[in-house]
Design a binder for this molecule. Structure first.
Ligand code: MG
Length: 164
């Protein structure tokens, strides 16, 4: 069965928006060192408690799983072990039995799993560029339907129609 990897942040839940909200609430300065310190100490349980699904993503993922067309897994970058733990717990709760692979932020997703003929749905263009370059099938998730050179969807289950 063809493999389908789905990104987490900005595709399944709006964790990026919530992270910036928490930074603003805590008056984090907008320089690199302050942000790095903020990210390394971020309470991911709080982020995941506050985040919301993007465009009905929970139901959309269930549709994809139920189609039995792909071997589905979540493939997400993490900046700390605590972030990985919190994401794994949430995915286990939301989608029992679904695989989740956490990737250190410094490593390409295309180096952690074999991208050959596998699909990656992601909102971050550099991830998609690396994926396509390594022989994978890239699909951009973007609410404005701006593919930036990749096929684009704004609802996860649309992947069932665009890739054959
Ligand atoms: Mg993302």
């Amino acid at each position: 069965m063809q493999k389908l990897y789905i990104d987490f942040d900005g595709v399944i839940v709006n964790t990026i928006d919530i992270t910036y909200q928490i930074a603003t609430e805590n008056g984090v300065k907008k320089d690199y060192t302050s942000y790095l310190h903020f990210f390394q100490n971020l309470n991911w349980d709080e982020v995941l408690n506050r985040c919301l699904p993007v465009n009905n993503s929970f139901e959309e993922i269930k549709k994809i799983i139920n189609s039995q067309k792909y071997e589905v897994a979540i493939l997400t970058h993490v900046t700390s072990i605590h972030e990985a733990e919190a994401k794994i717990k949430l995915v286990n709760k939301l989608f029992p039995g679904l695989n989740i692979i956490t990737v250190p932020k410094s490593i390409s997703k295309a180096k952690v799993v074999n991208p050959q003929k596998a699909i990656l749905i992601d909102d971050y263009v550099p991830n998609l560029n690396e994926w396509a370059l390594a022989g994978g099938i890239s699909v951009r998730f973007d609410l404005d339907l701006d593919g930036k050179g990749h096929p684009v969807i704004d609802k996860l289950s649309e992947v069932l129609e665009i890739i054959h």
